[in-house]
Design a binder for this molecule. Structure first.
Ligand SMILES: O=C(O)[C@H]1O[C@H](OP(=O)(O)OP(=O)(O)OC[C@H]2O[C@@H](n3ccc(=O)[nH]c3=O)[C@H](O)[C@@H]2O)[C@H](O)[C@@H](O)[C@H]1O
Length: 446
């Protein structure tokens, strides 16, 4: 008679195991036979499966298209990503990223619901590039304005994801699904004076966020080229005018400026080690329709219309402060030209294959205007006299003046600003009045 399974694995407790000399074998065999042992083993199995699934969630942040990640915010505390991915979401992503022209770029635009980000996104879409935006919709200034910009972009078929650039799992998901040719990085904590109130928000967005984005970009295969927003504030206390890219930038006057300067150094590192093509753009006080309410031209407009007093700062020796105010349309042209001329990253999957372009450009207007003159232009376009108070410039990181030399951008990008402050403010005021309305005609006196 052929031996049965039973013969090979006899159920008699201890029989086979007793033949083995090891202790664990004996114990296992005894457990095997009782009902409670089976229950125990089943529980262990269930536990192992649970641990495995949990591990998968933590490691990948995603199970079957649903992402639920947690990451530590540099503001302190843990942020849970609101990002959810499913087939519909991925379809929207794919659609938004599909170019409508041959050789169209495929761009990840960070800060897409922001001032510069929304304008650049629309310009790219208009010429047939594929793009997706990402924005964390933080409440540094009115969120409704960011939502309105998002709506505008959606109308043009641009998908803006609500997410933070510090969310590495979200970025990985995007880079896994889309082969971006470029990253247009415009997400940042802006504002020079707010840095004294909330310094960590600058570290969170302008340093930690930047590194997270560079990490995702250098890990991508092929790597995209990165164009990102630095700032004229890096010139800090530099007094040589006009400011040229080669001038010293080691005397920042604000924490904001220091984070932008740090960003430039980090950019160099990623270019040097990983072959990432990086272009840093030093924007000079950008203004225009859909602008940022925290900026002087915007808040002055709001307060002038409300009949409220505006504070005009005076510099050392009672001098007027001046800025090289640059109109948004000129900045957009500079951004798009930077993408078009970026050259390729040479690395792949984190390995450098050769040197890649590393560029820095001033994007300014080349003709500084004092703040009192800016107010005069606003008064004329608003047809309201401002109630002005001149006060000493607070010690909060401001610099007395900025003035860009843009010859490098002119030769390499074909950049040529064409809108003067008066014309640009007229366009801004037209937009402002349409968007917010005018509080009351009684306050208008010009
Ligand atoms: O180019 C940059 O890198 C930066 O530009 C912008 O900073 P700034 O040039 O400081 O613009 P903004 O605040 O509009 O003040 C304009 C003028 O009004 C003066 N100012 C301001 C407020 C006030 O109440 N009174 C006043 O006189 C003030 O002293 C200044 O002289 C961006 O905000 C910043 O994010 C960054 O991108």
């Amino acid at each position: 008679m052929a031996p049965s399974i039973q013969d090979n694995f006899p159920s008699t407790p201890g029989k086979v195991k007793m033949e083995r000399s090891n202790y664990f074998g004996r114990v296992t065999n005894r457990w095997h036979t009782s009902a409670s042992a089976k229950l125990f083993l089943f529980s262990v199995f269930l536990l192992a499966v649970t641990i495995f699934i949990c591990f998968r969630i933590t490691a990948n942040g995603m199970v079957e298209g649903y992402m639920s990640t947690a990451y530590t915010s540099t503001n302190g505390g843990t942020i849970r990503s609101a990002f959810k991915s499913d087939k519909v979401w991925d379809q929207k992503l794919l659609q938004s990223c599909t170019p409508e022209r041959d050789d169209g770029l495929v761009v990840l635009v960070t800060g897409a619901a922001g001032f510069v980000g929304s304008h650049v996104s629309l310009a790219l879409k208009k010429r047939g590039d594929g793009l997706v935006g990402i924005d964390n919709f933080n409440d540094y200034y009115e969120v409704s304005l960011k939502r309105a910009r998002q709506k505008l972009l959606l109308k043009q078929g641009i998908f803006v994801i609500e997410g933070d650039i510090n969310d590495a799992a979200l970025l990985k998901h995007l880079f896994d699904r889309i082969q971006f040719t470029h990253v247009m990085h415009l997400a940042a904590q802006a504002g020079v004076r707010y840095a004294m109130q909330n310094p960590m928000s600058y570290i969170h967005s302008n340093i930690a966020g930047l590194v997270t984005l560079f990490e995702a970009s250098k890990n991508a295969n092929p790597q995209p080229a990165v164009v990102w927003a630095s700032s004229s504030s890096v010139y800090g206390l530099n007094s040589k005018v006009p400011f040229s890219e080669a001038d010293r930038t080691d005397q920042p006057a604000s924490l904001y400026a220091a984070t932008k300067k740090a960003g430039e150094e980090l950019a160099h590192t990623y270019n040097h080690i990983y072959g990432l093509s990086v272009t840093g753009l030093r924007f000079f006080t950008v203004y225009g329709p859909w602008g940022r309410p925290d900026m002087a031209y915007f808040s002055f407009t709001r307060d002038i219309l409300k009949g409220k007093v505006i504070n005009i700062y005076k510099g050392p020796h009672d001098r007027d402060l001046a800025r090289d105010f640059t109109f948004i349309d000129d900045i957009v042209k500079g951004c798009v030209a930077s993408l078009d001329t970026s050259g390729r990253s040479t690395g792949s999957g984190g390995k450098k294959r050769g040197p890649a372009p590393f560029r820095t450009f001033n994007l300014g207007n080349t003709s500084p205007v004092t703040v009192p003159i800016l107010v005069e232009y606003l008064e004329r376009h608003l047809k309201v006299n401002a109630k002005k108070e001149f006060i000493k410039m607070p010690r909060n990181g401001d610099v007395p003046f900025t003035h860009a030399n843009v010859s490098l951008a002119q030769t390499q990008l074909g950049y040529k600003p064409t809108t003067n402050l008066d014309t640009g403010l007229k366009k801004f005021v037209n937009w402002y009045v349409k968007y917010y309305g005018v509080p009351s005609t009684k306050t208008r006196s010009l």
